[in-house]
Every structure is written in structure tokens, then in C-alpha cells.
Design a protein around this ligand. Structure first.
Ligand code: ZN
Length: 225
């Protein structure tokens, strides 16, 4: 199926979801309606892009077909922390994947997860529920975090030191993703707390301006390879 026809199928599924669920269910908390249906897949380029930047990539089985129905036009990245326990929390991958079949917007999910060693786990190719309501930031309009941004979860929780391997891989991976799409990190890389100020604190303890500078430096390094 072509990207265009997959997109059309996803949009049709979203329209059906509206008819079935009704506006009250669909509009709750600003989330898209969550109904079983064919996912929109648009991120098949991600693993190769990350590997070409020299990063470790783990493809979670089934990721290509994983995604919620609904419009998905990624133009930016929202960085999160997963609030898992301190230290490595490999169980987060399965938890994120399960979110795509949970049928509830209380179980968040995301397309990507970076572990404490800096490996990128590709969980889904389609729309995820990671951003929720927000004021918008940079290239992402108010409330548009899920539709217009990839969600990158990190194995981190508030008060925990950020593992250097995670941080360097995060910066390099974000640089590669932005370069592949021609995105300027200054307006396309944001923290969840920047998108949803007052509601979210993640990624806690991570200076986003410093991260964006690191992404820009990594982009220059990638350009010189
Ligand atoms: Zn978050």
C-alpha cells in the first residue's frame, strides 16, 4: 500500500471513529479518538537514519504496523522521560507497545524510546499518544503534539542523574532525525514541559536549550562524516 493510500485509510478510520465514538468521547482531554483500525505509518525511514548516524537501534517486533488511527504529520520531536524506576528499566518497551492496543488515552505510548545505554528502540511507525493537551511550541501548534511530533521517551525519572551515554545518543539521534527531514532543531526539538507548560515537568533536569545546542553540534559532526 502506498503512503498516500495508507494515509487515506487512516483518515477514513479516524472519521469512522468519530461517528462511532461521538464528539464527547473523542474530545475528552483533547486526545484523538482511540478506536481499533488500520494505523497510519509514516516513519519507515527512522531506523536506517539512526543506524547511519552510528547509533544502536532495536526494532520492537511489529513496529511498522503499530500506530493509532488518525492524522499524523510529524514535523518535530517532543522529548520525554518515562518516569520509570531509577536505573535501566527495559520493561518500558513492552509497556509503550501495549499502549497502542489499550483503547484508553490514560495509557500513553510513543514511537521511540532511548535506554540508559543510548540504544534507540523503535516502538511504532504511526500516530502515538505522547503529548496530550499543550500550548504548543516552535513548529507544533496548540494541542498538536501527537499529530505534528514524534514522541521520544527516555529511560529516566525525576531526580535521577542523566546517563552520559543516553544524553550523547539522544543528541546525535535527534540531529540525524532533524537532518533527514530538514528540520531546524531550534524550532523542532522541544521538551514535553515546553509544549505543555504547567502540566508536565519532563524531561526533568534536562536543560533543553543545552540539548538543542548539543543537537546542533551533533548535526555539524554528522555533516562532516
Ligand atoms: Zn512526557
Amino acid at each position: 500500500m502506498s503512503v498516500r493510500s495508507r494515509l487515506a485509510a487512516g483518515l477514513a478510520a479516524a472519521a469512522v471513529g468519530w461517528l462511532v465514538a461521538g464528539p464527547a468521547a473523542a474530545g475528552r482531554a483533547g486526545h484523538l479518538p482511540l478506536r481499533p483500525g488500520p494505523p497510519v505509518t509514516d516513519l519507515l525511514w527512522v531506523p536506517g537514519t539512526l543506524r547511519a548516524a552510528g547509533l544502536g537501534v532495536a526494532e520492537v517486533p511489529g513496529w511498522r504496523a503499530r500506530g493509532h488511527p488518525g492524522p499524523f504529520h510529524p514535523q518535530a520531536v517532543v522529548v520525554h522521560h518515562d518516569a520509570s524506576g531509577a536505573g535501566p528499566s527495559p520493561g518500558t518497551v513492552g509497556w509503550l507497545a501495549a499502549g497502542f492496543r489499550s483503547g484508553t488515552d490514560r495509557h500513553y505510548d510513543a514511537q521511540l524510546w532511548v535506554d540508559t545505554a543510548g540504544t534507540w528502540h523503535v516502538v511504532a511507525a504511526g500516530l502515538a499518544q505522547h503529548a496530550g493537551p499543550g500550548a504548543g511550541w516552535g513548529a507544533v501548534p496548540p494541542g498538536g503534539g501527537n499529530e505534528y511530533a514524534l514522541g521520544v521517551e527516555t529511560d529516566h525519572t525525576a531526580g535521577e542523574a542523566w546517563p552520559p551515554a543516553l544524553l550523547s545518543s539522544l543528541a546525535r539521534g535527534l540531529a540525524a532525525l532533524c537532518a533527514a527531514r530538514g528540520w531546524d532543531p531550534a524550532t523542532r526539538v522541544m521538551g514535553h514541559r515546553e509544549y505543555a507548560p504547567g502540566r508536565k515537568q519532563d524531561p526533568a533536569g534536562l536543560d533543553m536549550d543545552r540539548l538543542r545546542r548539543a543537537v546542533a553540534a551533533a548535526a555539524r559532526d554528522l555533516g562532516q562524516r
